[in-house]
Design a protein around this ligand. Structure first.
Ligand code: C5P
Length: 223
């Protein structure tokens, strides 16, 4: 049987990354931050000056991406582009914005599909993103969909960026978040939506620990 997978999908700022990391650590499983792959491609395309309508070159870039984040036990590791650590650079709002534009291109998603599936290795994988439960790992035994109010999600992003020393404006973040939600939910290929068999958790008023515990209960019931 293939290794176990827990999928964690939802809009930006709902807490997916934090929850996925904590969960992977508790379980001792691998971690796939699929958004980091789209962000890495975004950065690569910005640097190589490849436009979002230049599909052939985008696909070539996607296929050439060096995706090898060390992922043991919840350690997301460093993201590298052409030998340079870009873990912080890909978090810039410009990269998220660009990532969501590229993520709407079907050929780009297709080029990244198998590469994401390769992360499914024993003893198991925690995968977070937008389409982990619907497209990449449709047979995952545990699927979680995390939501939170837009205001709360913007506040969390803001806090996260401040902690990284990145200047950000809350009102701008809220606006960008809404634009990104709109694009992620309206796109024709792999739109953001809960899988039919996903459990939705609204994290607006929940602590990280409360959410991790709720997910752990599901995992223990299923595995
Ligand atoms: O989650 P994060 O903000 O890092 O993702 C950046 C963008 O990448 C998202 O707004 C979304 O458009 C895209 N993405 C996606 N599918 C995933 C993960 C991310 O389309 N599985």
């Amino acid at each position: 049987a293939p290794a176990g997978v827990v999928t964690i999908d939802g809009p930006g700022g709902a807490g997916k990354g934090t929850i996925a990391r904590a969960l992977a650590e508790r379980l001792g499983w691998h971690l796939l931050d699929s958004g980091a792959i789209y962000r890495l491609l975004a950065l690569a395309s910005l640097r190589a000056d490849v436009g979002s309508s230049d599909i052939d070159r985008l696909v070539a870039l996607a296929e050439a991406l060096d995706i090898r984040f060390p992922t043991e036990g919840g350690d997301a590791g460093e993201v590298v582009l052409d030998g340079e650590v870009v873990s912080d650079a890909i978090r810039a709002e410009a990269c998220g914005e660009r990532a969501s534009v590229l993520a709407a291109v079907p050929a780009v998603r297709q080029a990244l599909l198998d590469r994401q599936r390769e992360f499914r290795q024993p003893p198991g994988l925690v995968a977070d993103g937008r389409d982990m439960g619907t497209v990449v790992f449709p047979d995952a035994p545990v699927k979680i969909f995390l939501t939170a109010s837009a205001g709360e999600r913007a506040r969390r992003r803001h806090k996260q960026l401040m902690e990284q020393g990145v200047a950000a404006n809350l009102a701008d973040l809220l606006q960008e978040l809404r634009a990104r939600d709109e694009r992620d939910t309206q796109r024709s290929v792999a739109p953001l939506r809960p899988a039919e068999d996903a459990v939705t958790i609204d994290t607006t008023e929940l602590s990280v620990e409360a959410v991790v515990n709720a997910v752990m209960e599901r995992v223990e019931a299923r595995l």
